[in-house]
Structures are given as C-alpha cells and as structure tokens.
Design a protein around this ligand. Structure first.
Ligand SMILES: [Fe+2]
Length: 381
C-alpha cells in the first residue's frame, strides 16, 4: 500500500472556536487581509465574531469583500493585488467555498510572477505563498481542508481547479456557530455537496484506509443529520454537519472524487447553477452507474446507517442506500433531474467533451467514457 496524506497544519473545531482567531493569526504577523463575501457576514451579524478577536489581538485588518459565488480569475487577481499593495502578512478567508477558494488562490500565488490566468492554464506553482487561515461559514465545500481552488475563466468559458501542495491552510477554524444562519436552500445544496464528497471519496480509485475511515463517517453523519439541519438547524445538528464537511474535505483532498464532480463544473458553468445543486441532482444517477463496481461499499454505508437488518446481502443493502438518498433529495426539495434546471439535449455532447479530462472523473471507480457520461445526462432530461 502506498499513499500520501495531507492536512492543514492545524485544525480548530467546535462552537466558539472563532474566538481563537486572533491568537492564531498573530503567529503569522501584524497585518492581514480579511477576504469575505459581499453580503453573508454583514447580513448575518457574524462579522463581530470575526473582528472582535482580531481587535483584541491588535491586528491591522484590511477587508476585501468583492466576491460573488463562482469566483472568476479577475476576482483572484484583484484580491492578490490588494494583498500585495497593502503588504499584508497573511490572508484570512471567511465564507463558503467560493470565498475560501479566492483567499487560498490569492495567498497561494502571492509570490508568483505570472498572471492568475497563467496558472489556470497549467503553469506550475513553484513557490510557497502567504500563510492563510480558513474559516468556513457553510457546511459543504470542505475547502478549508483542500489544496485546490475552483475558478471560472469567463472569457474562455471554462471552470476548473488550480492546485498546489503549498496551498493547504496553516489553520482551519471550523466553528459550527457560523453556519447557524444558513438559509434552508443553502443548507440543502451545501449538504448534498458534502455528501457527494464523502461518497465519491469513499468509492474513489485512490481511496486508502485513512480517507476511507473519514469518508464513511462523514457520509453517515450527513445521512443522519442533513434533513434535520434543513428543517430545524439546531446547534447539535449544525455541529455534526460541520464536522462531516471537514472530514469529507480531508478525504477528497487525499482520495479525489468521481463522476459527479467530473460533470459538475461544465454543467454549473453553462447553466449558472450552484455547485451543490448540480451535485445533489446527479449523485443518485452516478451511484446507480457505479453500482456494479462498488456495490459492496455502498452496502457498507447502508449497514452502518442501519438501513437494513444485519446479514442483508450486499445488492439489497446497496439499493437501500440509493433509495434513501433519492428520498432525502426529494425531502430537501432538490429537483429530480437536470432537465428541470436547464439541461438541454443538444448541449450534452459539448458538456461531455468539456468533462472528459477532469481529474475527478479519472478517480471514478467505474471507467466512464463519452457514451457513459452522455447516457447519465440523457436520463436527466
Ligand atoms: Fe463539491
């Protein structure tokens, strides 16, 4: 057995752990760029939970909040420029996956000479960047634990990842209190993204015992708590979802993903759909496609969830898991098919072409070529 295992240098987890942001940030300098979304933090009143510990630690804070969902290369360029012109010592990203990815890429490319587009187009990242701290406010992307940033090149019409082993956060501060104000729809789609991370990492070709343990536990936590987070969102279930998202992020960072993520970028970009929504819609279709190869693994999840009595044969247990996820998707009000949110038959060839070179697709346990992916999308019309 051979494997690598990479995690953020330090992970703080638990309600209120944002209170330690100041002491953590102080380890890296005196002046920082706080990267956050346009509305979420201010609107939810959570900004004080972030600013108070930074003030107590007497840190100079520059705010960059020009980030909308599905961030572009230009936004990362502007963020890096701001960090450079202010000569900050570190970057803190506070937000959902999009915000964390901008903070990560701007910090990661701080000392690199090329444009952001150069690295998006494949120029290798050669230098370590500025230290950065990840503070997620959704339970879904796992971006606090990954070394890649998903960005969009609007000119070229492409969405893909830039990645580097240098890009792991120095500190990930996962405080479930910050996820308490997530609206229902966001809870549903970010939760389905996290479930997809867990199940794709669990069944990936590159899975190994450590990622397997993390992703199995994450999948079980999400299956048990996502609907409750959506309906009531108590502290207890938010905490379990935040933990599951973090574990799924660590697992995907080391085991990669699968065909759902292989297809999701092209579809999300073409129809301007939230990433988690695309993943949530596609997940059961890809589970059905992969069933012949990883039935035993799906059965393990079903048994751990006690969806079937002990001794139930694997084919039946695996089918139970698929059914459970289809029902959960319906209860979360996620559309059954991509056709309901814009997928058109005539777009399928281009969408498949755009997805074929995806690293996620290469990790899918069952080989999926052109006709297989086209088949998955045709059943979604
Ligand atoms: Fe994802």
């Amino acid at each position: 057995m051979l494997f690598d295992f990479l995690v953020p240098q330090r992970i703080l987890f638990g309600p209120g752990c944002t209170g330690r942001l100041g002491e953590e940030a102080s380890r890296f300098g005196k002046k920082l760029l706080l990267v956050t979304g346009r509305r979420s933090l201010l609107a939810s009143g959570m900004i004080d939970r972030i600013l108070a510990p930074l003030r107590t630690a007497k840190l100079e804070v520059i705010i960059f909040n020009e980030i909308a969902p599905e961030p572009t290369l230009e936004v990362v360029e502007a963020c890096r420029e701001r960090a450079r012109s202010e000569q900050v010592d570190l970057i803190i990203g506070v937000g959902g996956g999009s915000v964390l990815d901008v903070a990560k890429a701007a910090a990661g490319l701080y000392y690199e000479e090329g444009s952001i587009r150069d690295y998006f187009n494949g120029r290798p990242v050669e230098k370590p960047g500025l230290p950065w701290i990840a503070v997620p406010t959704t339970a879904g992307s796992g971006a606090e634990a990954t070394r890649n940033a998903v960005l969009t090149d609007k000119e070229a019409g492409r969405k893909r990842s830039i990645r580097s082993d240098f890009w792991l956060a120095k500190v990930a501060i996962v405080d479930p209190v910050l996820t308490m104000t997530m609206p229902r729809e966001l809870t549903a789609v970010t939760g389905m993204d996290a479930l997809t991370h867990a199940l794709e990492a669990f069944t990936s070709r590159w899975t190994h015992p450590i990622t397997e343990a993390l992703s199995l536990e994450a999948a079980v936590l999400i299956c048990r708590n996502l609907y409750s987070a959506y309906k009531k969102g108590t502290k207890e279930v938010r905490e379990k979802m935040a933990l599951a998202s973090l574990m799924g992020g660590i697992a995907l960072n080391n085991a990669r993903l699968g065909a759902v993520h292989g297809l999701a970028h092209a579809i999300g970009f073409r129809y301007q759909l939230p990433h988690g929504l695309v993943c949530g819609i596609l997940l059961p279709y890809v589970i059905a496609y992969n069933m012949t190869i990883v039935e035993e693994k799906y059965a393990r999840v079903a048994r751990k969830l006690e969806l079937v009595p002990p001794g139930t044969p694997s084919p039946e247990a695996a089918r139970k898991l698929l059914h459970f996820i289809q029902v959960m998707k319906m209860r979360l009000n996620i559309p059954g098919k991509l056709g309901e949110v814009g997928l058109k038959k005539e777009d399928i060839p281009a969408l498949v072409e755009e997805s074929l070179d995806s690293g996620s697709l290469a990790a899918n346990p069952r080989t999926a070529g052109y006709s297989d992916l086209a088949g998955i999308l045709e059943t979604n019309l």
